[in-house]
Design a protein around this ligand. Structure first.
Ligand code: PMV
Length: 348
């Protein structure tokens, strides 16, 4: 017997990859494994109301409100998502859905909301499944929610749990899977349990290259196979770095991963430069400051111009001063977001 109506809600965080996912196979299967810090401040909150339809719809019945207002341009993404999850989510056509969603970060900040947004929506949908099957095991719940989130946006499957999540088969992570993200369960040194990520908003415009186009570019890329091998190796190295608390090792892997992601974009067909002059200014300043200060501040990048500045809690004072004094001038309208490693999604 299906429940007539109800309302469920989740707040899901964004995440920042340390070893990057770039390139995918049919069915949102990653070409290489990746690992990320779950963030805390940058998040999407979604409330999903559902009402039983007199009979199942032929298509989907939903409306979406973004920050209180109808937002039709999100519909195609939702429809693609629904198409992909239909075989795994039997309730989809039984209900009319109202999706009320909003982000904690400014709308056009250049920060992608697809990871946190798809994770929140997937969790809401799985909550409906749990209402029907109250004995659903927590482990199954998380795996399946992550599985559904992956079908919305690959990196979204890393936005449910925290503080560190791995996605993609890897020989050193026995629980790893290509189908969903798993909470990283190997030993982590305390220094990595309280990390900061200050996001410098260098360019708040529309993404120059959609992530779909970016992933496509990896297919047939002349360096693709070597890149996938490198990601596997970096994950193995990162595992011991995280265990030992090796901050210098961390800096090397994380910065190299960011630059490699961009190098792949620069050497594709077609080719793109996603950094802006200020991205490079910031990177150079970080390198100079790290040398001078003896801190372990480092940067990472997504497929855009914004810079994520990563540093441990015990270097916070020095690094914050440096950011405010030397880096904020390179941000558009001096805007930046102070975030940190977080624990994952919350049910509302
Ligand atoms: O989840 P997608 O398809 O938007 O891909 C995002 C990939 C990167 O953010 C560039 C890297 C990553 O692993 O998150």
């Amino acid at each position: 017997q299906l429940i007539k109506e109800g309302k469920v809600g989740y707040k899901s965080p964004s995440n920042i990859a340390l070893v990057k996912y770039w390139g995918k196979k049919e069915g949102q299967i990653p070409a290489n494994p990746s690992i990320s810090f779950t963030l805390s401040a940058c998040s999407t909150t979604t409330i999903l109301s559902f009402n039983k339809l007199p009979k199942p719809t032929k298509y989907y019945s939903f409306e979406l409100l973004f920050e209180g207002k109808p937002k039709l341009d999100f519909n195609p993404k939702i429809i693609t998502f629904f198409d992909r999850i239909l075989p795994y989510f039997p309730f989809l056509k039984e209900y009319h859905y109202v999706i009320e969603t909003g982000n904690s970060f400014p709308h056009s900040s250049g920060i992608a909301s697809s990871a946190s947004g798809m994770a929140a929506l997937a969790l809401c949908l799985l909550e409906i499944e749990r209402l029907h099957l109250p004995n659903l095991e927590e482990k199954y719940f998380m795996k399946k929610a992550s599985f559904l989130a992956r079908l919305g946006s690959g990196s979204a499957c890393r936005s449910l749990e925290g503080p560190i999540v791995e996605w993609g088969l890897h020989k050193d992570i026995p629980e790893s899977s290509n189908l969903y993200g798993v909470k990283y369960s190997s030993e982590v040194h305390p220094i990595f349990k309280n990390f900061h990520d200050t996001i410098l908003l260098v360019d708040k415009g529309e993404k120059q290259v959609s992530s779909t186009a970016g992933h496509d570019l990896v297919n047939g890329h002349p360096f693709a196979e070597r890149r996938f091998e490198q990601a596997h190796k970096n994950l193995t190295r990162l595992k011991s770095v995280l265990k030992e608390g090796d901050l210098s090792g961390f800096v090397k892997i994380v910065e190299s991963e960011a630059l490699t992601l961009h190098a792949i974009m620069m050497t594709g067909d077609p080719y793109f430069i996603l950094m802006k002059p200020n991205t490079l200014e910031i990177i150079n300043k970080i390198w100079l400051f790290r040398e001078k200060s003896g801190t372990h501040v480092c940067f990472t990048l997504d497929a855009g111009a914004n810079v994520h500045v990563l540093y441990p809690e015990n270097e916070k004072e020095m690094v914050n001063q440096f950011i405010v004094n030397e880096l904020v001038v390179y941000c558009q309208n001096q805007q930046y977001i102070c975030d940190r490693i977080g624990l994952g999604a919350k049910k509302l």
